[in-house]
Design a protein around this ligand. Structure first.
Ligand code: NAP
Length: 305
């Protein structure tokens, strides 16, 4: 019988890539979604309803489950961070997981492994050139504080999971969805302007590698917290230069001033305007091998038509 993996937010960018990989590796996937009616399952992928705001869940999702992956969360780049949206960003990650933990405890459900998403926002919204490892302390801004609580809640899953692993994920580069197409669009039009100072680092990871990394964590029951970024971060200016060269565009036009980005997007502007280099040594020492370690290889794949 195929082992069953439950994925919250399995309908999202990373969840879909991970589901595809798991199915190819002979797993069965149970996806927890707020809108199961939107999806048609297959003989190996099934959708189950949950609504953490009402503390409701279709408990059949846990039948035969060996591991749980928590990817659910309101998208942090989707809209301005109003107080209301900040509460959604936090609740959909932290309260949803606490609900899941409580439900599992009340019903005596145990899994062998829990994998939790986290984000490099942990290190704070600042720009400098000092590489950060997992041992560095968290920042103090909204995203950093959120990430600390998110990771604490993931650790509390030890009450229902034999082992717990956490991936502090960088900017996931996918051809069609997320940050990458938004960053590429102006460059395709010949608008080769870095954002802000252009000195902020982009700690990216190819969609294929983040999905593979979750699989690696699951299959090896890897414990601990790991930076999930490729070993070749680059500054925004370097990203624009490299991509413009790929696209055959002249580089570079004057930068888009940071104040304009802040005016347009509010406090979430830090996602685009700030960043430091982040190391991936720990996950590589654990045995993970990147398929796309270098920016140029990733761009070659992502920009092919
Ligand atoms: N993509 C990145 O660049 C990146 C970087 C760092 C960290 N991460 C983290 O990795 C996780 C997965 O990322 P992703 O890019 O796959 O996210 P995504 O595409 O935005 O999908 C997340 C899923 O979460 C569910 N969701 C959205 N709002 C929710 C809410 N209010 N309550 C409960 N569930 C909700 C949705 O599933 P349903 O609508 O089916 O319920 C959605 O498909 C997230 O926690 C994200 O913060 C991602």
């Amino acid at each position: 019988m195929r082992p069953v993996i439950v994925i919250t937010g399995g309908t999202g960018l990373i969840g879909r890539a991970l589901t595809g990989l798991l199915v190819r590796k002979q797993y069965r996937v149970h996806i927890l979604t707020r809108q199961p009616e939107r999806y048609s399952g297959t003989d190996v992928v099934s959708y189950f309803a949950w609504d953490w705001t009402r503390r409701q869940i279709d408990g059949r999702v846990f039948e035969g489950t060996t591991a749980l992956v928590h990817l659910a969360g309101a998208n942090i780049g989707a809209q301005r961070w109003t107080e209301n949206y900040k509460a959604q960003i936090a609740g959909s990650r932290i309260l949803s997981l606490a609900f899941l933990r409580d439900f599992m405890m009340q019903n005596g459900i145990q899994v062998q492994y829990f994998a939790g998403a986290s984000a490099i926002g942990y290190y704070g919204c600042v720009t400098d050139d000092r590489p950060r490892s997992e041992a560095d302390p968290p920042g103090t801004d909204f995203l950093a504080r959120l990430t600390v609580r998110w990771e604490q809640t993931s650790q509390s899953m030890k009450a229902v999971a034999a082992k717990v692993g956490i991936l502090r994920t960088g900017v996931v580069f996918d051809r069609r969805e997320g940050a990458f197409p938004r960053m590429i669009r102006p460059l395709r039009w010949g608008i080769t302007s870095p954002l802000g100072t252009g000195r902020q680092w982009i700690d990216w990871i190819h969609i294929h590698d983040i999905a593979r990394m979750y699989l690696f964590m699951l299959e090896n029951a890897v414990e601990g917290t790991f930076n999930a970024v490729a070993p070749d971060p680059l500054t925004y200016r370097q990203f624009v230069q490299t991509t413009a060269a790929f696209l055959g565009r002249p580089c570079c036009l004057p930068p888009v001033p940071g104040f304009l980005v802040r005016w347009l997007t509010g406090s979430s502007a830090c996602l685009a305007l700030e960043g430091m280099p982040i190391e991936s040594d720990k996950i590589r020492s654990a045995g993970f091998e990147f398929h796309y370690p270098q920016t140029e290889d990733a761009l070659r794949d992502l920009l092919k038509v």
